[in-house]
Write a protein that binds this ligand. Sequence first.
Ligand code: CA
Ligand code: CA
Ligand code: CA
Ligand code: CA
Length: 268
Amino acid sequence: MAWIGRPAQGSARWFGVGLMSGPEMNKRWLAMMVLLAALMAVSVGCGEDAQGDGASDGSVDDDDDAANNDDGSGEPDFEAPLVCSGTGDLFATHVLEVTYGPGQEFGRDAMPEVVLGPPLGGGCCEGSLDVVSLGNGGSITLAFADNAIVDAPGADFLVFENPFEAGETVFAELATVEVSADGQQWHAFDCSATEAPYGTCAGHHRVHLQDDEVTALDAEQHGGDPFDLADVGLDEARFVRITDREDQVGFQGTFDLDAIGIIHPACP
Ligand SMILES: [Ca+2]
Ligand SMILES: [Ca+2]
Ligand SMILES: [Ca+2]
Ligand SMILES: [Ca+2]
């Protein structure tokens, strides 16, 4: 993230600060500061986990009866075959690995929660702040503990960055996306374009979904960069790795991840 769209407006809306005066304003400010302190305490605690060894346990439901927790540890076993035990999560549940590149400057303390669950997109004209910036050449690997992406006609999953449009220009920050069924063998989508529309790179489609409750994802309605497993010859994927384009630097040079969502889930 070299620059964020309209941060003043965005943060004002998030914290609910409207036009106020006198005692009302004082009360709102006090409440805001208490909330901020609580949020900072939470994010510091989580940040240590995310940054310690580059892996974390995310916010997955650690029920021992989850279908893919077959070792009794409560941790998902990504090597075991996925057995659906109901509706699976449509959004990434775990960050397995993260490597930050030079220029990493945003969102690190909020990891891993900031990239799990639905995106907080801003539609056409504002970039989400609910992101982690990867830094130049940085990389992140995410997984779905209780679900997988399967190939069906059309796009199968969505990567949500925080692009927005400024006049005729899309403020895009590009990354290469790879997928894997086993976490060992990876298949990369072509990402070599250097100008719009950027092909099968992540980081250039605006995001409309804003933390809404959704039971199905649709690229046209919800935005995000669409990816089709058929393009890399894969029937199913449980892991997604995103790597910032090292050749793209400067003003639009650092990919920011908001979320990943499944359009075609193995456990619908
Ligand atoms: Ca497909
Ligand atoms: Ca960005
Ligand atoms: Ca870059
Ligand atoms: Ca997010």
